[in-house]
Design a protein around this ligand. Structure first.
Ligand SMILES: Cc1ncc(C[n+]2csc(CCOP(=O)(O)OP(=O)(O)O)c2C)c(N)n1
Ligand code: SF4
Ligand SMILES: [Mg+2]
Length: 272
């Protein structure tokens, strides 16, 4: 086992439930290396939703919660409000975060509460068998959109930013080192931090949307379809056609954080 696994994986939970080649393992590894660098295992709490990606915290030997589908942000909010010294990190599928949990996502960002949300974007409902998600591409064929998806997908990063998140980033599982560094930065940031991770799901999205269950091919596609925000600066509009920006997209270090403001206001009221 990898040394990070030896150190932090809860051995009794193995084997992983994920399919071979699934991107969730890469997100897990990037998270372990971020937590190891930050050395904050004793004051971290990890919250996972329902879905394949919601299992990421389950494998980590830390304080974790595996909660109702779509309700990661309310649980994380309660946790943060009752234990302010905790750094709370949520792992939520694109269906979990933007479908059933979409309203909680918007309000968490609006409040700028100090939690980090890592949204695993595999373009589909993986665990339940490949249904259309709010991130499925327009025209994409899934089990529940066999003639093509008639709905355009959300841009989750734009949504987070306009709703009020103070840290917004996007990476893919083809950028594991950058992802790990960004997880570190997001956890260190005080406020609502959102990281969208585009990831390969060979079993569902791979087969039905792209006609391949080959994880290496899907990783290549993720790499080819994205460009870093720094590299994009020197490119023309034509060169950027069809490319999705990855990197740190937005960072406001001055925006007031919800929990601190709440306690400050309450203390002021109780001293009246
Ligand atoms: C309240 C509720 N509604 C529906 C479900 C069924 N369900 C379980 S996981 C899931 C979707 C998972 O998709 P996503 O959140 O994208 O995670 P992934 O499996 O793709 O990582 C659904 C609809 C449920 N468990 N609870
Ligand atoms: S269905 Fe997709 S997301 Fe779920 S474990 Fe398999 S490859 Fe991963
Ligand atoms: Mg999904």
């Amino acid at each position: 086992m990898h040394p990070l696994g030896e150190k932090y994986i809860r051995k009794g939970t193995l084997p992983y439930l994920w399919c071979p080649g699934c991107g969730n393992g890469i997100v897990l590894h990037a998270t372990l290396s971020a937590l190891d660098e930050l050395n904050i295992m004793d004051r971290i709490a990890l919250v996972g939703g329902i879905g394949c990606s919601g299992w990421i915290p389950t494998y980590i030997n830390a304080d974790t919660m595996h909660v109702l589908h779509g309700r990661t942000i309310p649980f994380a909010t309660g946790l943060k409000m009752s234990d302010r010294d905790r750094k709370v990190v949520v792992f939520s599928g694109d269906g979990d975060c933007l479908g059933i949990g979409g309203n909680h996502f918007i309000h968490g960002a609006r409040r700028n509460i100090d939690i980090t949300v890592v949204m695993i974007h595999n373009q589909i409902y993986g665990m339940t068998g490949g249904q259309v998600a709010p991130t499925t591409p327009y025209n994409g064929k899934t089990k529940t959109s066999p003639y093509g998806n008639n709905e355009p997908p959300f841009d989750a990063c734009e949504l987070a930013r306009v709703a009020g998140a103070s840290f917004v980033a996007r990476w893919t599982t083809a950028h594991p080192r950058q992802l790990s560094k960004t997880i570190q930065e997001a956890i260190s940031h005080e406020g609502f931090s959102f990281i969208e991770v585009l990831t390969q799901c060979p079993t569902q999205a791979g087969r039905v949307l792209y006609g391949t269950a080959n994880a290496a091919k899907l990783l290549d596609m993720l790499k080819e379809s994205t460009i870093s925000i720094t590299a994009a600066k020197n490119k023309s509009a034509e060169e950027l056609q069809g490319k999705l920006l990855v990197g740190k997209l937005y960072h406001d270090e001055c925006k007031p954080e919800f929990t601190s403001c709440y306690y400050r206001r309450n203390n002021a009221i109780s001293s009246l």
